[in-house]
Design a protein around this ligand. Structure first.
Ligand code: PMV
Length: 337
């Protein structure tokens, strides 16, 4: 463990799920309905500095240099309350977070954000947590953040089916997933960087409670995870991509069937999906996945990534792309001293 002084800075990268997390069984503890599996990226990091101040009764939070407000501020304070509880230190903090990705656009800014905050806050409040405990803690900020604690591919265990409460909390965390000879890239295609109209939290809740397609998707997603693990181990990019694409489309189907419907997919999203199909037809393994927003992440071989990115940009005017490969887990960069 690194030091435990009042100031700590951590860096974390976003992750993109190939088997999606969609639906909670416990909102307060952020316990999911199903396991999920993701790749942590090597681009678009968040850097977060926590400066614990024994004199401060409140937290001061800035995001990209601007004071945080509303829901974003509330979530950071609630997260720090957890850290205060565990450490026994009631102190407030000055938190400064710099995101290199558009916030709230379905580009996993909350994953990198809360993973970085978990690592920095734990160090600043003197909590000596191993990676599993950090993953559990990050989960409480934003579910998907528990996977960004780890680099490369990670699986988030939902934990025993019906469990809730402190015991279940212990069983829900991410860990690295073994992969075989795979040289993957994710082409992040941004068709709209604006914030989403419905938060993933609200959309999940509505889907679980009202969508007749939710339960069938959850059942099939459990099967997808088993097949995905095998395909990753085998280094079989075609099967990995195929499972990822169907799992994501299935997740969006559950939302489309919610009442009222939640639709994150835009016309430009479908144009990218058509282009991806075209690439496949022409013999390039390329597979799409979408989260709580219209942007598309295309899984392909690293050697094909630039060509895939160009094809996607050509298909949608104004679309920008970034190529990501597996990146590192969250880490302390300036450790508390
Ligand atoms: O961690 P949250 O609450 O932002 O949920 C993110 C859910 C998806 O990005 C849509 C899927 C996933 O597994 O990351």
């Amino acid at each position: 463990e690194r030091g435990t002084g009042p100031v700590a800075t951590a860096v974390a990268h976003p992750n993109i799920a190939l088997i999606k997390y969609w639906g909670k069984r416990d909102e307060h503890l952020v316990l999911p309905r199903t396991d999920s599996l993701s790749m942590t990226l090597d681009i678009l990091p968040t850097t977060t500095r926590v400066h614990r101040d024994p004199e401060a009764a409140h937290d001061t939070v800035t995001l990209n240099g601007r004071p945080a407000e509303g829901e974003a501020l509330r979530r950071v304070i609630a997260f720090l309350d957890l850290v205060r509880d565990r450490s026994g230190l009631p102190h407030g903090s000055v938190v400064a977070s710099e995101n290199t990705v558009a916030t709230g656009a379905g580009l996993a800014s909350s994953a990198s954000g809360f993973a970085a905050l978990a690592v920095a806050a734990a160090a600043s409040y003197g909590l000596a947590l191993d990676a599993t405990a950090l993953s559990r803690l990050a989960r409480r900020g934003s579910g998907s953040a528990c996977r960004s604690v780890f680099g490369g591919f990670a699986v988030w265990h939902a934990g025993p089916d019906s469990g809730t409460g402190a015991e279940a909390d212990l069983h829900s965390y991410a860990e690295p997933v073994p992969v075989g000879d795979l040289d993957p890239a994710l082409v992040v295609a941004v068709v709209d960087a604006g914030p989403k109209a419905v938060s993933s939290r609200a959309a999940m809740r509505r889907t679980v409670h009202t969508s007749p397609l939710y339960e069938p998707w959850a059942v099939s997603s459990r099967g997808d995870l088993t097949e995905m693990r095998a395909a990753l181990l085998a280094g079989d990019i075609e099967t990995v991509g195929d499972i990822a694409e169907r799992n994501a489309l299935g997740m969006h189907a559950t939302m489309l069937a919610a009442r009222p419907a939640v639709r994150y997919l835009a016309p430009a999203t479908l144009t990218v999906l058509d282009r991806v199909l075209g690439l496949r037809r022409d013999g390039t393994p390329a597979y799409a996945t979408m989260d709580a927003g219209p942007n598309v992440k295309v899984l392909c071989r690293r050697t094909d990534a630039d060509r895939v990115a160009e094809a996607v940009r050509d298909a949608v005017p104004g679309c920008t792309t970034r190529v990501a490969v597996p990146g590192p887990g969250a880490r302390l960069v300036d450790g508390a001293g």
